[in-house]
Design a protein. Structure first.
Length: 302
């Protein structure tokens, strides 16, 4: 079981080497993260985009393009479609977003001809390592789904479980967040949390998955808080996956963990045939490297 993001780099290095394809790779930060991953011997890479710009940017960071395959596709949609086609055909293992809008890449991912569409709902999974928590925390979904339905939450949770299992978590403990632990018909998060717990108890999410819901954030991460409030569950203080009710909750928790809890992180989109690495310009070089490693480990285990 991987408990630290640095261990994720080691796991990615020790498994079979995966091939990453970057759509619209003409971005300095993205190229640097790919070069860093290459130095760690995590990936080989195909760079698709404006070849002239890729060459100029690579020169700035002394990135030897002889070690990469570069495909000239200056048009953003063409670049995205070629990237997902390479994954779909088995010529690459996973894809990373470069200098293009997320919507363009996801349109290519969902393309009926060359895309990576599955029956699963697409969702974003962030993995956080914090000095105040004893293991990795998976947070979903603070990046894509605005206010998911119960059926969408089922798929979102399944996606996060796949990610956690890829990192070696044998028994997965899930907290379905809400403002309280009692079901209130006026609070959708409590109703959905209780239903997801019921489904887990019936084996819907597979063996080794324990779901608690509804449950508030403090009980999800603190055994002391649960003891004070008299709430008993094997999940309290041991949460692996935190399922949030809305994008605002997930976005707020994620940024609080990063900016106020000194959290390190990695993130991918799940639900397609292969993971999709999305990085923000505000992300650190470390986060981008961890995200590539995360995508590599999940891709090798899917």
């Amino acid at each position: 079981m991987i408990k630290h993001l640095d261990d994720l780099l080691t796991a990615a290095k020790n498994q079979r080497k995966t091939r990453l394809v970057v759509a619209a790779a003409q971005d300095l930060d993205v190229l640097q993260s790919v070069a860093d991953a290459k130095k760690y011997e995590i990936i080989d890479a195909i760079l698709i985009g404006d070849a002239a710009k890729i060459k100029a940017l690579a020169a700035e960071i002394q990135m030897n393009l002889d070690e990469y395959i570069v495909i000239d596709k200056p048009e953003l949609m063409d670049s995205a479609l070629e990237a997902v086609r390479l994954v779909s055909s088995g010529e690459a293992d996973f894809v990373m977003k470069g200098l293009l809008d997320t919507s363009i890449l996801l349109k290519a991912v969902l393309d009926k001809t060359v895309g990576l569409r599955t029956e699963n709902h697409l969702s974003h999974v962030m993995v956080y390592e914090m000095p105040t928590y004893h293991k990795l925390l998976y947070l979903t979904d603070g990046g894509m789904n605005i206010e998911p339905s119960l059926d969408e939450k089922k798929s979102i949770l399944k996606n996060a479980i796949i990610a956690a299992k890829a990192l070696g978590t044998a028994e997965i403990k899930v907290s379905c967040l809400a403002a309280k632990e009692k079901v209130n018909e006026k609070m959708k998060s409590t109703v959905d949390g209780a239903e997801l717990k019921k489904l887990a108890n019936e084996g819907f999410f597979g063996e080794g998955v324990i779901v608690e819901g509804p449950i508030a954030f403090d009980l999800a991460v603190s055994k002391e808080a649960a003891e004070i409030k008299g709430f008993k569950s094997p999940v309290v203080g041991e949460t692996d996956i935190m399922l949030v009710p809305t994008i605002e909750v997930g976005n707020g928790i994620g940024k609080a963990l990063t900016y106020m809890a000194n959290g390190k992180s990695a993130g991918v989109i799940m639900g397609a045939k292969a993971p999709v690495v999305l990085v923000s310009r505000a992300d650190t070089a470390e986060t981008k490297l961890y995200s590539i490693a995360l995508g590599s480990v999940i891709a090798a285990n899917q």
